[in-house]
Design a protein around this ligand. Structure first.
Ligand SMILES: *Cc1c(COP(=O)(O)O)cnc(C)c1O
Length: 301
């Protein structure tokens, strides 16, 4: 994991010319090919916390394609901490690419039914799971805790101050909250939910926001393409042409939907012509393995 690899890259002017003053991208995807993007920032404080508090094991949660799960496996391996992954869905079939890699990083996988997985924030259930594995430090799904939000604040500190808007994709909302709480009030934060009815996240987000600024953020859930992890040919086509134009690979779950949304918003004149937008590339390229054959780029960089 190498934070010094992060750069701000200007996007091809042909994409936005005349509609806004500038659009740049913060390339957090360059940190690492596995622990990429926002995941690294959310995990590092969690792993440090676990270490300082004498836990030799951490336990976390994810679906079978989860960027968080694989990033946790790789980062815990680097920290020398044992990792347990509680995976949604029944064991039985073969491991997919994501889970195979988790296992290769030494993560012990524990499969639970969807019904049990739904209890992942229930204290009593967590206690019973933790007891089975010798009191690990529990990192919620998506790194959605205090340490995760603090880590995300670090991302705000590497964002240059001149931008009128900062755009980021939203899963658990953890990165959005950290960014919001550490960015100057003058910068508008735009969040893009890649799942259906993602507006429910507004409540989750509002609970953790610094109180003095509540009118400088917005969440959009229009560009979900049928739901979390769903895509269509328009999205693939957009990813390929975005790559050809900017030399930047996007991931199919999060960042492609955000950039597609921004493309629409440019056409709809959402922004003032003097706006300058910083888009955060939050990584997630490992998730492209299922569509690799349809992309003009190798998603593993
Ligand atoms: C996990 C993830 C997100 C969402 O981050 P949250 O902090 O959970 O909102 C966004 N983009 C990518 C690429 C991710 O892997």
């Amino acid at each position: 994991m190498d934070e010094s690899k992060v750069v701000v890259q200007s996007l091809n002017k042909g994409w936005y010319d005349g509609k806004v003053a500038a659009i740049d991208m913060l390339r957090l995807d360059l940190i690492d090919s596995v622990v990429s993007g926002n995941k690294w920032y959310k995990l590092k404080y969690n792993l440090q916390y676990a270490q300082h508090n004498g836990h030799s094991t951490i336990l976390t949660f994810g679906g079978a394609y989860s960027n968080h799960l694989i990033a946790t496996a790789a980062a815990a391996n680097e920290f020398g901490i044992k990792a347990l992954g509680v995976v949604r869905g029944n064991d039985g079939g073969e491991l997919n690419e994501t889970l195979k890699q988790c296992a290769a990083y030494g993560m012990q996988l524990h499969f639970v039914s969807r019904e049990d997985y739904a209890r992942r924030n229930d204290t009593a259930w967590l206690r019973s799971i933790a007891a089975q594995f010798g009191d690990p430090f529990i990192i919620p799904e998506g790194g959605a805790n205090e340490q995760g939000r603090l880590g995300a604040e670090e991302i705000a500190r590497i964002i240059p101050s001149g931008y009128s808007h900062v755009a980021v994709s939203v899963g658990s909302g953890t990165t959005f909250i950290g960014l919001h709480n550490a960015l100057p009030v003058s910068q508008n934060l735009l969040g893009f939910a890649p799942m259906k009815n993602g507006r429910y996240l507004e409540n989750e987000i509002a609970q953790h926001l610094r109180a003095d600024q509540d009118d400088n953020w917005q969440l959009f859930d229009r560009w979900h393409f049928g739901g979390f992890g769903k895509w269509n040919d328009d999205l693939l086509h957009f990813m390929n042409s975005f790559y050809e134009m900017n030399d930047i690979p996007l991931d199919i779950v999060y960042t492609s939907k955000m950039m597609f949304a921004l493309d629409d918003m440019l056409k709809e004149h959402f922004f003032r012509p003097d706006a300058s937008v910083l888009c955060i590339h939050s990584g997630g390229l490992q998730g492209n393995s299922s569509v690799a054959a349809k992309l003009v780029y190798n998603s593993r960089i």
